[in-house]
Design a protein around this ligand. Structure first.
Ligand code: SF4
Ligand code: FES
Length: 254
């Protein structure tokens, strides 16, 4: 198939960006979107031009590195699919495809299609872990987890941290990501001792970088792992409770 790409090119974080058009003839329809970009980059390199910078790692929909805005949609036109698992057969011969980086204040552009998502790392560092001893693997297997809690925790754990939720949100809010990361620990027995400090710390850290949720729901629609916005409601409820519980616990300690 023959396509035309309109790609956002930006040399440095502070340089002005611009769209550059590239003809991409003879692209295999069974190629993935990233394989198509690899081909375009090989051709650019052969001509002595600078290849397009973009992120990827696993190329299996697991790592969350490959976020691109494709024709205005985070991860492109196929719902429930990360960019690396999108295939060119989803497009038509002769299509013009516009490719941009995530556009969000919390994800500054580093170069071309690559953004800095380290704000997500700061949020995980604030509380996305369990420090209480949970024993060895056999001990963990002896802890009974109600099936609905285990299922919901696994659904939340599917979040790959790609940032599509932020990029799709008109407010640039990160609630869906944070809610998933809070829930996958707070729903389990092992997550209970740090439940209230975790949610308060992670939400407070989130608010340093991202906008506020006003329930548009664009995040859920764009999420390649179909994380439910119900998790945001759970997080908000826990956050309000945490404000009381953590204050009371701090009072008991003094
Ligand atoms: S909630 Fe979905 S869109 Fe947001 S970071 Fe996780 S996987 Fe990506
Ligand atoms: S490259 Fe890992 S999820 Fe796409």
């Amino acid at each position: 198939m023959n396509i035309t790409l309109r790609v956002w090119r930006q040399d440095t974080p502070d340089a002005p960006g611009r769209f550059v058009e590239y003809d991409a003839p003879d692209i295999e329809s069974h190629a993935s979107f990233l394989e198509m970009l690899d081909v375009v980059n090989e051709r650019l390199t052969d001509k002595g031009e600078e290849p397009i910078a973009f992120d990827s790692d696993c190329r299996e929909g697991i790592c969350g590195m490959c976020g691109l805005m494709i024709n205005g949609l985070a991860h492109g036109p196929q719902q429930g699919t990360a960019t690396c698992q999108l295939h060119m057969r989803k497009f038509k011969d002769g299509d013009v495809i516009t490719i941009e980086p995530w556009r969000a204040a919390g994800f500054p552009i580093i170069r071309d299609l690559v953004v800095d998502r380290s704000s997500f790392d700061r949020i995980i560092e604030a509380g996305g872990y369990i420090t209480v001893p949970t024993g060895s693997a056999p001990d963990a297997n002896l802890i009974l987890v109600p099936k609905p809690a285990a299922d919901a925790a696994m659904d939340a754990a599917a979040c790959i941290g790609c940032g599509a939720c932020v990029a799709s949100c008109p407010n640039g809010a990160a609630q869906l990501f944070v809610a998933a990361k809070v829930a996958n620990l707070n729903l389990l027995p092992q997550g209970q001792p740090e439940r209230w400090t975790r949610v308060e710390a992670m939400v407070d850290e989130m608010e340093k970088y991202f906008g506020s949720c006003t329930n548009h729901g664009e995040c859920e629609a764009a999420c390649p792992k179909r994380i439910s916005i119900d998790f945001i409601a759970m997080m908000n409820k826990d956050y309000i409770k945490a404000k009381f519980k953590n204050r009371r616990m701090a009072g008991q300690g003094s």
